[in-house]
Design a protein around this ligand. Structure first.
Ligand SMILES: NC(=O)c1ccc[n+]([C@@H]2O[C@H](COP(=O)([O-])OP(=O)(O)OC[C@H]3O[C@@H](n4cnc5c(N)ncnc54)[C@H](O)[C@@H]3O)[C@@H](O)[C@H]2O)c1
Ligand SMILES: N[C@@H](CC=O)C(=O)O
Length: 491
């Protein structure tokens, strides 16, 4: 039986368009296996079995992809903004029309419960719809010239070739948020998806192919962890790449940023977080409980904006912990990720399990073997970690939440700001002056006040300090992929 038939047999879902499943890279408008014939495995997180094998390409093929993107970008940038918008709309409609299959691929390779996969596909679509509106709003300005005989105006031009590297944790949305913005701004893209989740990227490109973009406007270069290092290195050093846009860990982001700096390439860096979640003594406790659950336990704790350090005022911490545990116990339904009633799935791989377990410090691990090797039960621990413990110093990226008591606003702001990361933070209070005071004091790019969800296509998404450079989504997310040109005309 072929690899594809094995794949189709192992899941309880019938694809409407099975051709979205492919094992090849997409280079210069052509589907291509690795020149060497090499492949790498994609695992199903429900049982850690190999689900499919994907082309493991080499550096030479990445060079070809970048060359194809360069040629395409010259053609593509000639199109009017209206034409670009029409193309984007066709692609978006194809993605919407294949929503079921895309969600199924996401569930297959990431182990997300199918209802969560629909949420991430819809979140991805929301970015394309937002960028559709932004394409024709990429305005320039006229500027009063100090020299009266001159007139100055600006325009926003495409940058050329954008190289993009994305993580596994939300494969459809993270790709569309980045690639959608770069293409809306008139660029061609070479995308390297995470080795754990290349199939969503391939399916997205299969739909892109059906739109009349110049060949090579979107290229997908697939590789395992070792090949990713070579692919990344080529992206950083190839002179045709003008902008490297990365989403992933801070350590890899720093490395790529350092390499790009050698050529003064523009970078966008959407990196790791270590979000504080603060519950003040005047908070509505049940709202704060619900907010923490939405923030911490969605995607089984595997998002960059998940709460990582929860601080609860000492006077309410016992009640908060009890209500949190009771609500969690009543909320989650476990089982097959293909069951639409299931709302909590396994971690993406044994590496995720290992990390979550190490962040429980001495409390032991909570794996439910009957639900698969990567199934980790949502875990709440009181007493708080010390500042040397891993669950304080690193992102857990799993469903383990320690609650730490605090006494004063001043103390908790200091604790929240101790980290070098600065992506998202959250707090709950009913005091309006505290809302402003604390929002302004927290050192993060995004603050959620009385909400555990800050992600939306219209909102600038990104961090400060070691959590990144630039913003995704919103009008800023598209502008980031343009160069401002100023033209001075003498009368
Ligand atoms: N700020 C955001 O918007 C955002 C969004 C999602 C995830 N993240 C962060 O991503 C991390 C989780 O994702 P991950 O484990 O996939 O991160 P990761 O940094 O290990 O991998 C991210 C991507 O980089 C690639 N990569 C790894 N080493 C590389 C190298 N030397 N050269 C080129 N590419 C390389 C990987 O193959 C993958 O495609 C977390 O830290 C999370 O907070 C941030
Ligand atoms: N999926 C996240 C990003 C980080 O993981 C979001 O945009 O909410």
């Amino acid at each position: 039986m072929s690899g594809l038939n094995v794949l189709l047999k192992r899941i309880p879902y019938k694809f409407k368009t099975p051709s979205l499943l492919d094992s090849r890279a997409f280079i210069g408008g052509r589907w291509t296996p690795a020149a060497s014939g090499a492949t790498f495995p994609v695992y199903d997180p429900e049982d850690n079995q190999v689900a499919y094998k994907i082309a493991n390409i080499s550096r030479a093929e990445v060079k070809t992809a970048i060359g194809a993107a360069q040629t395409a970008s010259k053609q593509y940038k000639q199109l009017t903004h209206r034409n670009r918008k029409n193309l984007l709309r066709k692609w978006t409609n194809l993605i919407k029309g294949n929503r079921d299959d895309l969600a199924a691929i996401c569930t297959l390779e990431l182990g997300k419960p199918i209802t969560e996969s629909y949420t991430t596909v819809d979140y991805g679509i929301s970015f394309l719809e937002w960028f559709d509106g932004e394409i024709e709003r990429l305005y320039g300005e006229t500027i009063p010239a100090a020299r009266g005989s001159n007139r100055i105006m600006t325009s926003r031009e495409p940058q050329g070739v954008v190289a993009a590297v994305t993580p596994w944790n939300s494969p459809v949305a993270m790709i569309l948020r980045k690639v959608g913005a770069a293409i809306s701004a008139g660029n061609a893209v070479v995308l390297k998806p995470a080795p754990e989740t290349p199939m969503c990227a391939i399916a997205i490109a299969k739909l892109f192919e059906q739109v009349d973009y110049p060949e090579g406007t979107l290229n997908i270069v697939t590789g395992d962890a070792a090949a990713s290092v070579d692919i990344g290195d080529e992206m950083c050093h190839n002179p045709a790449v003008r902008h490297l846009s990365f989403t992933g860990s801070t350590s890899v982001g720093k490395l790529l940023n350092t390499e790009c700096a050698k050529h003064l390439k523009k970078t966008s860096m959407e990196l790791g977080g270590n979000a504080p979640f603060i519950v003040f003594e005047d908070a509505n406790i049940q709202k704060a409980v619900d907010g923490l659950i939405a923030c911490k336990f969605r995607s089984s704790g595997q998002t960059c904006v998940c709460a990582n350090r929860a601080f609860v005022h000492h006077s309410i911490i016992d009640e908060f912990a009890e209500r949190l545990q009771t609500t969690v116990d009543g909320l989650f339904k476990y089982g097959s990720v293909w069951d639409p009633d299931v709302n909590f799935g396994p971690l993406y791989s044994p590496r995720g399990v290992e990390k979550a377990m190490s962040h429980q410090e001495d409390a032991g691990g909570f794996i439910k073997e009957d639900l698969g090797p990567n199934f980790y039960v949502p875990t709440i621990l009181t007493g708080g970690p010390s500042q040397e413990m891993r669950s304080w110093t690193q992102e857990t990226f799993g469903p383990v939440m320690h609650l730490t008591p605090f006494e004063t606003e001043e103390e908790v702001i200091k604790l929240a700001n101790t980290k070098e990361s600065g992506l998202a933070s959250y707090f709950y209070t009913e005091d309006i002056s505290r809302v402003w005071r604390v929002s302004e004091a927290l050192e993060t790019g995004m603050v959620g006040v009385r909400t555990g969800l800050v992600s939306a296509c219209e909102q600038p998404f990104g961090g400060i300090k070691e959590s990144g450079i630039g913003r995704e989504g919103s009008k800023f997310g598209v502008e980031d992929y343009t160069n401002i040109k100023s033209i001075t005309v003498g009368l």
